[in-house]
Write a protein that binds this ligand. Structure first.
Ligand code: HEC
Length: 131
């Protein structure tokens, strides 16, 4: 019994480690654009690439990205980013396609991936305080 519990704990430690384990040196640099906001800069990217599964109709992983409030709240695993720390963000790593295959967003072949510039804009939005 206790052996079984130990192996379950070990498994979940491995799973959460892999989710946060990415090579931050491979992230595109944050954009130098000033005054990046959700409404002006980020929402249109989410609308194009993410709303199909994280909007009004579907909320995969209990996540909606169609309002600032919902984006900051996040899904079943939280927001995946902290203000000012875009280089540590699993959310950024997922659109930069640096996570495991099934954790990158949008899923392979299921929507337009972010360009390097767009990942940089998302980073700037997080680093500038997610306004
Ligand atoms: C074709 C559908 C689809 C599209 C498009 C899509 N996703 Fe996802 N997303 C999923 C699925 C499926 C999951 C996993 C849900 C689960 O099993 O928990 C997921 C999970 C997530 C999660 C983790 C949520 C949590 O807290 O568990 C994030 C963050 C995320 N997606 C971000 C994005 C972003 C950003 C985009 C656009 C760049 C995007 N997704 C586009 C299907 C999609």
């Amino acid at each position: 019994m206790s052996l079984k519990i130990a192996s379950v704990a070990l498994l979940s430690a491995v799973v959460s480690l892999s989710a946060a384990d990415f090579d931050a040196s491979k992230l595109p640099p944050a954009s130098t654009q000033a005054g990046v906001t959700y409404e002006k800069d980020i929402k249109p990217l989410f609308e194009r690439s993410c709303f199909k599964c994280h909007g009004a109709e579907k909320q995969k992983g209990k996540l909606r990205l169609d309002s600032l409030e919902a984006t900051l709240k996040g899904g079943s695993n939280g927001a995946g980013f902290e203000k000012g720390a875009s280089a540590k963000s699993t959310f950024v790593a997922s659109v930069a396609r640096l996570l495991a295959d099934d954790e990158n967003m949008p899923p392979e072949g299921k929507g337009k991936p972010f360009t390097k510039e767009e990942v940089g804009l998302l980073r700037a939005w997080i680093d500038q305080g997610t306004k």
